[in-house]
Design a binder for this molecule. Sequence first.
Ligand code: FAD
Length: 385
Amino acid sequence: MVKTVLILGGGTGGVVAANVLRKTLAEKHRVVLVDRNEHHYFMASYPLVMVNLRRPEQVTRKLENLQQKGIQFVQTQVTGVKPRQRRVETGEGSLDYDYLVLALGAEHHPETVSGQLGEAYNPYNFTQISRLRQALSRFKRGKIVLFLSSVPYTGVIAPWEIIFLLDAYFRRRGLRHQVKLTLVTPEALPLPLAGPLVGVSLRRMMTERGIQLITQARILSLDPMQQCLLLDQGITVPGDLFIGIPSHWGPSVLFDSGLVVDGGWVEVDPHTLATRASRVYAVGDATAMRLPVSREWAPKAGFFAHYQAEVVARNIASRIAGKEPTFRYKGKAAGAVMFTDFGKGRLASVNCYAKPSPQVILLRPSKAAYWFKVGFEKYWLHRWF
Ligand SMILES: Cc1cc2nc3c(=O)[nH]c(=O)nc-3n(C[C@H](O)[C@H](O)[C@H](O)COP(=O)(O)OP(=O)(O)OC[C@H]3O[C@@H](n4cnc5c(N)ncnc54)[C@H](O)[C@@H]3O)c2cc1C
């Protein structure tokens, strides 16, 4: 019998799942991918767009291209998921499935900090990153404040990349002495997941580059009249240009699906990514992944979405073929890179499921790491489309 695998979301997880399924499933079975956008956005390259090392159109691909591979693409808004009926509601009507993969990512909610919407650029949004790029090209003197509204957030290395690349960008333009850079985060130290040694080394890099770091901050509001960020305990951080990473929530369309826990994230088995509902899996940023011992949020990153999608796709293909699903997600990622300069980066490898605490290795900045990530970007945008 012909089976339909429906994938919601054409971001990192959805695109990998669709490709792997198409390769592993017999041709008669249907692979259908749904996204509200016409394009896939490669968000890991947004920091490069910001500092003018990429044009915005270089980091997108048309999802329609997947059709050449035998993946059906439906461009529409998902409006509801009904696991009991094995049905998804969309702007184009209902879609039935035999297996469902939820890859809807995280939602951004800048409105949760008063003043953030409209007063701060969201570097996680395609339109806004393009506007920020223009604003930065006009910026010659003053204070730039990058802030993180809350945890968890996606792309755990992205805020550090953004601030290091801003430093490099203004150095290159000979304006760095006129630009003050500040990073404000609710976290106790940079990349807390990686432990104190990595945190101290990143803190040192920031000090060496004259970047101010404010940790354990609870942001109350952004006051456009006073041009400052208000933190608790009466602390104010003045700025001329604000860049705000908004609060992240799980996809609101799943709130009534019976599959989510606090924050709207989808509860999954940490190794199979199976949800509470039969034949429904979730991958990537939308999942409620926690670390095994501390129960803190597991990092949300494209690398993890990618590996999770491979596991889910292969297990679904096995089940459809009548075989035992044997693939397991192990919480590991190797080869992630944090850009630290124009032409330099730090290579990371992560084991989230290590006990008693996650293992993170972050190598020293090198040219090789930078070019490795640039190579990966090219591979990604070519390989899957
Ligand atoms: C600036 C930035 C830099 C980053 N850098 C890195 C990095 O260097 N390395 C790394 O590993 N990760 C990085 N990340 C994180 C990485 O991009 C994400 O973890 C990854 O994209 C998550 O994949 P996903 O499939 O879960 O969700 P997404 O890629 O966010 O995809 C979700 C998709 O669902 C669609 N969608 C959502 N709701 C609906 C709906 N109701 N109806 C229809 N469609 C819907 C969206 O349009 C989107 O296409 C970065 C992220 C950002 C923002």
